[in-house]
Design a protein around this ligand. Structure first.
Ligand code: OFO
Length: 169
C-alpha cells in the first residue's frame, strides 16, 4: 500500500505530466500556424510521450492501492516569438520537470518506499534523454539564426522523428 505522502507526490506529478502534454499540444498548434510540419510532428510525439508519462504514474498509484483524484490542468502559453523561443521554453520546462522528478525520488527515500524508488528510476533516466533531445534541437536553432533555408532543412529532419511507446517501470 502506498503512503499518503507518496500518493500525493505522484498525483502532483501526474498533473505536471498532463500539463506538459497540454503545453506541447499548444506548441504543436503554434508550429501548425507557421506551416512547419516537421516541428508539428516533433511536438506531436512529445505530446504522446507526456501522456504516457502521466498515465504510467496514474496506473502505478492504482496498482499500489492508492486513489487517483485529478486536479485542474493549468492553461498553457500559446504564443512565442520564434521556433528558437519555443525550444528555449521547452528546455526550461524539462529542467523544471527533472527537478520535480528528483523531488519525487526524495519523497520515496524519506518514506523508505523502495518500490517507488525503483519505479522512479525509469523517469530519472528519461529526463536525461528528454533534456538531451531538446538541447540538440535548441543548439541547431541557435546555429540557424535567421537562415530560413536552414530552418526548412531542420523541419524536414524533425519530420522523421517517430513515436515509440515508452515501456515504463
Ligand atoms: Fe514527462 O518528461 Fe517531459 O515533461
Amino acid at each position: 500500500m502506498i503512503s499518503e505522502k507518496m500518493e500525493k507526490a505522484f498525483l502532483d506529478q501526474i498533473n505536471k505530466e498532463l500539463y506538459s502534454e497540454y503545453l506541447y499540444l499548444s506548441m504543436k498548434a503554434y508550429f501548425a500556424k507557421l506551416n512547419l510540419n516537421g516541428f508539428v510532428n516533433w511536438m506531436d510525439i512529445q505530446v504522446q510521450e507526456e501522456h504516457a508519462h502521466g498515465m504510467g504514474m496514474f496506473d502505478y498509484v492504482l496498482e499500489r492501492g492508492g486513489e487517483v483524484v485529478l486536479e485542474a490542468i493549468e492553461k498553457p502559453e500559446n504564443d512565442w516569438k520564434s521556433p528558437l523561443d519555443v525550444f528555449k521554453h521547452v528546455l526550461a520546462h524539462e529542467q523544471f520537470v527533472t527537478e520535480r522528478i528528483n523531488a519525487l525520488v526524495d519523497v520515496a527515500e524519506e518514506t523508505k518506499d523502495r518500490a517507488a524508488m525503483l519505479f522512479l528510476n525509469w523517469y530519472v533516466k528519461e529526463q536525461v534523454e528528454e533534456e538531451a533531445s531538446v538541447g540538440a534541437v535548441l543548439a541547431q536553432l541557435e546555429l540557424i539564426g535567421d537562415d530560413k533555408l536552414a530552418l526548412l532543412a531542420l523541419d524536414k529532419e524533425l519530420a522523421q522523428r517517430q513515436f515509440n511507446k515508452p515501456v515504463i517501470g
